[in-house]
Design a protein around this ligand. Structure first.
Ligand SMILES: Nc1ncnc2c1ncn2[C@@H]1O[C@H](COP(=O)(O)OP(=O)(O)OP(=O)(O)O)[C@@H](O)[C@H]1O
Length: 207
């Protein structure tokens, strides 16, 4: 079983991934932010580092998906390979930080690699408005994220919403992250788990 949590920067994926992993004894797979060799440079100069960062994420996420498919354990993944291409790379090209030549090169590679993988059985999308995202980004205090412009988050949200509306690869659960505090409020977390369980019913006998 492969569950994935999708959502904009600061939408709360990591917290939800950890909590669901703990509750159901699923193995969590996170993005390795601390060892990313491009992220900080990317936020300082997107024109220069967009392509490098996207290739880095594509490779690391692809390796993650291959391990997920080989594993016998149920896995919950913090962000998908589809978000890299359909949200981040697409947006960087649209706003002029990735040239058409680099974007096409990246997409050819993405299409070639993704022929060999399968989508998650359930995709949980954390939908959040800009104030919520900004609040959570500032709370976690990564210095290089302090400069993220509001326009950048807004554009990513537009891509996310389009992507989810057209997503046909598997089951989707959309959660309103603006009004849910599943980290601190037990009844909010219970609401989330009941939604997850009802989506998984029929796919798997037990969870
Ligand atoms: N394909 C990508 N292109 C550009 N930036 C990316 C891409 N994937 C991830 N990032 C950035 O890498 C960092 C990853 O941080 P992290 O794993 O904490 O994700 P997050 O989206 O902030 O999570 P959360 O929802 O848990 O707050 C963020 O700044 C995010 O924007």
């Amino acid at each position: 079983m492969h569950i994935a949590v999708a959502g904009n920067i600061g939408s709360g994926k990591t917290t939800l991934t950890k909590k669901l992993a703990e509750k159901y004894c699923w193995e969590p797979k996170f993005e390795d932010v601390e060892h990313n060799p491009y992220l900080e440079d990317f936020y300082n100069d997107m024109d220069r580092w967009s392509f490098h960062l996207q290739v880095y994420f594509l490779n690391s996420r692809y390796q993650q998906v291959l391990k997920i498919r080989e594993s016998k354990q149920a896995i919950i993944q913090d962000r998908t390979i589809y978000e890299d291409a359909h949200i981040f790379a697409k947006n960087l090209n649209a706003i002029g930080h990735m040239t058409n030549r680099d974007y096409k090169n990246y997409l050819d590679l993405f299409d070639c690699m993704t022929q060999f993988i399968q989508a998650p059985d359930l995709l949980i999308y954390l939908k959040a408005d800009i104030p919520k995202l900004q609040k959570q980004i500032s709370l976690r205090g990564r210095s290089y994220e302090n400069t993220i412009p509001e326009d950048y988050l807004t554009a990513l949200n537009v891509h996310y919403n389009n992507w989810i509306e057209n997503y046909k690869e598997g089951k989707v659960l959309v959660l309103d992250a603006n009004s849910l505090d599943y980290e601190n409020n037990t009844s909010d977390f219970e609401y989330v788990t009941s939604e997850v369980e009802s989506k998984l019913k029929g796919l798997f006998a037990t969870i």
